[in-house]
Write a protein that binds this ligand. Structure first.
Ligand code: F0G
Length: 361
């Protein structure tokens, strides 16, 4: 059903409304991955697969709230800049709410599945000759001029929806293990999720549901080619130095100016977490490993597992820790990356004997 008793809206007491524009979203699986758990060498490892949301990413949790707020405000149009997933979600939720949507994408740097979604769900798509950060600069200026309502993660209502990721994780983990996870590892782009999870956990502490030391250590992972958050955490800075040049196969997190850093940096520090950068090769290997255990994710999502593996190797993560890795988007978002990582199909003749020969040979 679409009622308020499932997914994101089960947590309506902590949200601005009782029900939003819903498809519905949330209630994503917390997969067991025993082979990966064993090879990483931690006490417990679970994968919170946000790719199982209606448009295939965690952005849906934000949009169900954000577009509801836009309706309430009576705005005429919705807009966002995006590395892809936000645009797909905004287009779908805008369509559901019968509101026009405008999306700005970095030209040539958005995975095929995401552009296809934004297009078919009816967004007007502008491809900017620049990276994501440039798109966000432009759309912020458009919003300031009253052209449209901004639904990037700068919009605090979106983060209200996304904080339910943390609620679901601690609830389900506790039901299975009787404790809370020591650590949550998540990919970082604009650091919206990191900020959202931190806000959600602070609210759980304030309400008495969690004690301060039960809050999982928030651990952010970026691609080496786009790692300004990692730089800030490692250098102990409170502010980000914007990277003008960014590159990674994980195009979803190809971001040089994480706009939620002022909220996310305290989240990482105050929970005792850290931030780490991983190579594209490490991301691809983690993507293969997850897929091998049936969990299909896009490259940016696999950064979380790649980061955990690196931190475990370096001894930053202990063998007795319990960990949840967040996978943020579905494999089908980026079919080209999946093919590259998985290998090509083998052509065979239309003949049984030839097929058998091919298999044996
Ligand atoms: N993983 C995926 C699959 C994403 O699409 C994004 C962000 C992130 C991780 C990073 O999350 O920004 O909260 O730190 N994608 C945005 C977009 C930028 O436009 O779709 P964050």
């Amino acid at each position: 059903s679409e009622g308020p008793d499932r997914g994101v809206w089960r947590y309506r007491e902590g949200l601005p409304f009782d029900l939003g524009v819903t498809l519905p979203e949330g209630d994503t699986p917390l997969h067991r991955v025993p082979r990966i758990e064993e090879s990483v060498g931690v006490d417990a490892l679970r994968i919170k697969h946000e790719g199982m949301n209606p448009t295939g990413s965690f952005k849906d949790r934000g949009m169900t709230v954000g577009v509801r707020v836009a309706q309430e405000l009576g705005v005429g149009a919705l807009a966002c800049a995006s590395t892809g997933n936000t645009s797909a979600a905004l287009a779908a939720y805008g369509g559901r709410a019968d509101m026009p949507t405008l999306v700005l994408l970095p030209q040539g740097k958005v995975a095929a599945g995401k552009v296809a979604q934004a297009s078919l769900h009816g967004a007007r798509i502008l491809e900017v000759d620049g990276n994501f950060d440039a798109c966000l600069d432009i759309v912020q200026a458009l919003a300031a001029r009253g052209e449209a309502y901004l639904l990037n993660s700068l919009n605090p209502f979106r983060l209200e929806g996304q904080k339910t990721i943390g609620f679901e994780i601690v609830e389900e983990f506790h039901a299975d293990y009787g404790t809370y996870p020591d650590r949550i590892v998540l990919p970082v782009g604009n650091a919206g999720n990191t900020s959202a999870l931190y806000k959600g956990f602070r609210e759980l502490v304030q309400s008495g549901a969690l004690s301060v030391d039960e809050v999982p250590k928030l651990t952010g992972v970026q691609a080496e080619g786009a790692a300004p958050m990692v730089e800030a955490i490692e250098e102990g800075n409170d502010e980000i130095r914007r990277w003008e040049e960014v590159e990674t196969r994980a195009t979803a997190i190809r971001i040089g100016n994480p706009v939620n850093a002022p909220k996310a940096i305290p989240g990482i520090r105050n929970t005792g977490g850290t931030a780490v950068a991983v190579s594209d090769e490490e991301i691809t290997e983690a993507q293969r490993q997850l897929a091998g255990e049936g969990v299909g994710v896009e490259p940016a999502s696999a950064a979380s597992l790649a980061g955990l593996k690196k931190l475990r190797r370096e001894g930053v993560v202990d063998a007795d820790e319990t960990v949840v890795c967040l996978t943020t988007g579905h494999l089908l978002k980026d079919p080209d990356a999946a093919y590259e990582a998985g290998g090509d199909p083998e052509p065979v003749p239309n003949d049984v004997d030839a097929v058998v020969e091919h298999l044996d040979g």
